[in-house]
Unconditional design. Structure first.
Length: 415
């Protein structure tokens, strides 16, 4: 797909976002009296959000760039399985694959059918904890370009905490956004490949089965103004498909286990992406961002989830980047609309005060009724904004019955 065939990047309809992606209407979670209070707008920092940029500064402090923007491509073995539709062990993978996923013992869909899997947590908050400055509209894409060692370290932290699926740092990597900052198409393709490669390296070293999910964020994510939490872009489905197609193809050529089509705010965009998946034969999970029983764009969840039920490309469906209290009702809708495995990776329940630029923590932590989610059909469970490795370790313990400080594969006392 030529660059000219994809839509330009206008600001989305439904309000103007503040610089740095702190958009009115973007909500990380609600606490107590904040529920339904429109006077307090929330920021969802997502998989690629952060503080406002000073372009040209080096992220993560000083230090030498490792595996730089034009770094040496490291050879990997042919992947035994990829996000392609065949899913068979021993598959050669897509033509031109530059990376492979080699450490897991079974194709992703087979593993998902056999048991629950633990996802990772928020990439941006872990990079921030590592000292990275998530600045500029490229957000984690900037760290991916300039400090890939830090991205790999973040993936490693989650794998060591017990995550069994690592989601790549490609959420906000788009050709148009990078072109607007002087980055060529070949460079952006290389970054998409790199995002898979870094997650695969961390997975290789994990010591337990770990799968790699290539993140496909919504169109609004590359606008960096919070538009993914409104979902009304003023674009046709054809234009949305033209935007998503080239980066999906680039990610597939790197050989991930599955695509993570995540933080989708609207059924229209989901339908556009599902069309691209059908063209490519790729397998993916589909995850909406929701609030108060509807999609972020205000659409009915039953209709949104029904799209996934009709698609053979979708291996799981659910929600992410939402308040934990919104999860169970959404999963119940998904279970009614589709027979697919379900997934959930919400935020921590904190609320963002845009005026004061601070997080407001709830008086008590938002409940995570993991067992209730599992009874509804959730097989993929993890965290999004402000969920770090310690929370993922606790989640892994809840899902698999292994204390966070006990090595994976070692039975707990009395088990």
């Amino acid at each position: 797909m030529a660059a000219s065939s994809a839509p330009a990047l206008p600001r989305a309809e439904g309000g103007s976002g503040r610089a740095g992606g702190r958009a009115a209407g973007a909500r990380a979670g609600r606490s107590g009296s904040d529920r339904g209070n429109d006077s307090r707008r929330r920021l969802v920092t997502g998989r690629g959000r952060g503080r406002l940029p000073v372009d040209g500064d080096s992220p993560c402090g000083g230090g030498e760039v490792q595996d730089g923007w034009r770094g040496t491509r490291r050879a990997r073995r042919t992947p035994p399985h990829t996000a392609g539709s065949s899913g068979s062990s021993g598959s050669a993978g897509p033509a031109g694959a530059v990376g492979g996923v080699t450490r897991a013992t079974a194709p992703f869909a087979d593993a998902l059918a056999a048991r629950a899997l633990v996802l990772d947590g928020g990439l941006s908050n872990q990079l921030a904890d590592q000292g990275c400055e998530l600045s500029g509209g490229l957000w984690t894409g900037r760290v991916l370009a300039e400090r890939p060692d830090q991205v790999q370290a973040a993936h490693t932290a989650y794998a060591q905490a017990g995550a069994e699926v690592l989601i790549t740092a490609s959420y906000q990597v788009g050709y148009e956004a990078f072109a607007a900052r002087g980055r060529g198409r070949a460079e952006t393709t290389g970054l998409l490949h790199r995002s898979v490669r870094l997650a695969a390296r961390a997975a290789d070293a994990a010591g337990h089965d770990v799968w790699v999910a290539a993140s496909v964020g919504p169109y609004g994510a590359v606008l960096a103004d919070g538009s993914e939490y409104r979902g009304r872009y003023g674009l046709s489905r054809r234009q949305l498909a033209a935007f998503h197609r080239p980066r999906i193809e680039a990610l597939l050529s790197a050989g991930p286990d599955v695509l993570a089509v995540e933080t989708v705010p609207d059924a229209d965009e989901a339908e556009a992406v599902l069309g691209v998946l059908a063209e490519t034969g790729a397998r993916a999970w589909l995850s909406y961002t929701v609030a108060d029983g509807r999609t972020r764009a205000g659409g009915p969840l039953a209709e949104a989830f029904a799209l996934a039920g009709e698609s053979p490309q979708v291996v799981a469906v659910g929600v992410n980047c939402c308040d934990p209290r919104d999860v169970l009702p959404a999963l119940e809708e998904a279970a009614s609309a589709t027979g697919k495995p379900l997934l959930a990776y919400p935020n921590d329940g904190s609320a963002w005060d845009a005026a004061a630029a601070i997080w407001e923590h709830p008086a008590a932590p938002a409940p995570w009724p993991v067992r209730a989610w599992q009874r509804t059909g959730a097989r993929l469970l993890g965290g999004c904004c402000r969920i770090g490795p310690r929370r993922i370790a606790a989640l892994a313990a809840a899902v698999h019955g292994t204390p966070p400080d006990r090595p994976r594969g070692t039975a707990a006392p009395g088990k």
